[in-house]
Design a binder for this molecule. Structure first.
Ligand code: SF4
Length: 366
């Protein structure tokens, strides 16, 4: 919804990564782009008899756009979809621009708010700075405290946190819970075999540092909080272990079903692919000339509909493949060879999955 950001986080894969496509795009979508996108969503919902559609207003920083404009986008989509199709709308923000007026306007349009943070303390967020290098934490924490107040509770979608090995996992988890989120999700930093994430390759004697980090948080959540706060990666892992299909792109073998509409109307694959190489998310399609069904047939997206058969041999033979699914697609990339590899987080994913399975087995035995 806005192709720029008021922050310049030091690890940002979008504006400081290999893909510079954002430079050529308009800052904000014009009305014809919004109309065409709404028509395409409605067309897709009608063609497939969908009863639910999720619309995530992303950026850059989407709240650089007027909250009423964001609400208007969702209203367009709701007006266009067939009767009986619910549109679940969320804005994913860095939190720094949240204020009373924006929250009221978003609530009036039934747009929920998710906030991205690296933890719940200033020290966790040192890399989240503005374009002058000033910390964003004070503004983000102010926005998050406002969102957590009772009158905005219904709008509070949750907190999204990228794992930082330099931060203590228990401290990060507890500090996030201090903001009373209804849900938390932990994401692994984007990286791949050619541009490994921080801390990988793993040091000798500690083969799965991200897995260890997540296991520490899992135990805390499992022991005390699992009935009061949802942690998506853990819930999805448990669901997959129990044979229930997951709805995440980080785990599992289910076909991936999200598309991005850029500010110029281009249909792209998810932004995370931009961490791999210039143009990795591009499809050559746009909402003026192409349907989302045509996007689904694009080779890059079709490759993500093939379940286990589309994975690397090592993954197909892996005992935890049904839960892991080869991990996040962007994390499988190796330059010159493409995406048919295990995740760069292979050891970490297996560590987490086996740990969660063991806790589940203990609970079942008890
Ligand atoms: S744990 Fe590794 S080998 Fe197994 S499915 Fe996941 S990425 Fe593939």
């Amino acid at each position: 919804m806005n192709g720029r950001c008021n922050l310049a986080c030091r690890y940002c894969y979008l504006y400081a990564g290999p893909d510079s496509g954002w430079r050529k795009r308009p800052v904000a979508p014009a009305a014809p782009v919004l109309d065409a996108a709404a028509r395409r969503i409605a067309e897709h919902a009608a063609a497939h008899g969908l009863t639910d559609v999720s619309v995530v207003l992303h950026g850059g920083e989407p709240l650089l756009a007027d909250a009423a404009v964001l609400g208007g986008v969702v209203a367009r989509v709701r007006a266009a979809v067939p009767a009986g199709c619910a549109v679940h709308a969320t804005v994913q923000t860095n939190g720094t621009l949240l204020d009373e007026d924006r929250l009221r306007t978003l609530a009036a349009h039934r747009v929920r708010v998710g906030v991205s943070l690296d933890g719940g303390l200033p020290a966790h967020n040192l890399a989240r700075v503005d374009h002058a290098g000033r910390p964003s934490w004070t503004a983000a924490a102010r926005g998050l405290r406002l969102l957590a107040e009772d009158r905005h509770r219904e709008s509070y979608a949750g907190v999204l946190c990228v794992v930082d090995l330099a931060s203590d996992p228990a401290e990060v988890y507890d500090s996030l819970l201090a903001f009373s989120p209804p849900a938390v999700d932990f994401l692994l930093p984007h990286g791949n075999w050619s541009a490994p994430p921080p801390g990988l390759p793993a040091p000798a004697g500690r083969p799965a540092p991200y897995g260890d980090w997540l296991c520490t948080v899992f135990d805390r959540w499992w022991r005390s909080d699992r009935r009061r706060v949802r942690v998506r990666i853990f819930e999805e892992c448990l669901a997959l272990l129990l044979g229930v299909p997951a709805a995440t792109e980080s785990l599992g073998l289910q076909p991936f079903d999200a598309a991005v509409v850029e500010t110029d109307g281009s249909i792209e694959q998810v932004d995370s692919l931009k961490s791999a190489y210039e143009g990795a998310a591009a499809t050559g399609l746009d909402v003026f000339r192409h349907s989302f069904d045509q996007a689904l047939a694009h080779p890059g997206i079709a490759a993500r509909q093939g379940g286990a058969a589309a994975l690397a041999g090592q993954c197909r033979r892996c005992p935890v493949v049904r839960v892991c699914g080869g991990g996040h697609y962007a994390h499988r990339y190796r330059a010159g060879e493409g995406f048919r590899h295990p995740s760069v987080y292979c050891a970490d994913l297996e560590r987490l999955i086996r740990h969660v399975a063991a806790r589940l087995a203990e609970a079942a035995a008890a």
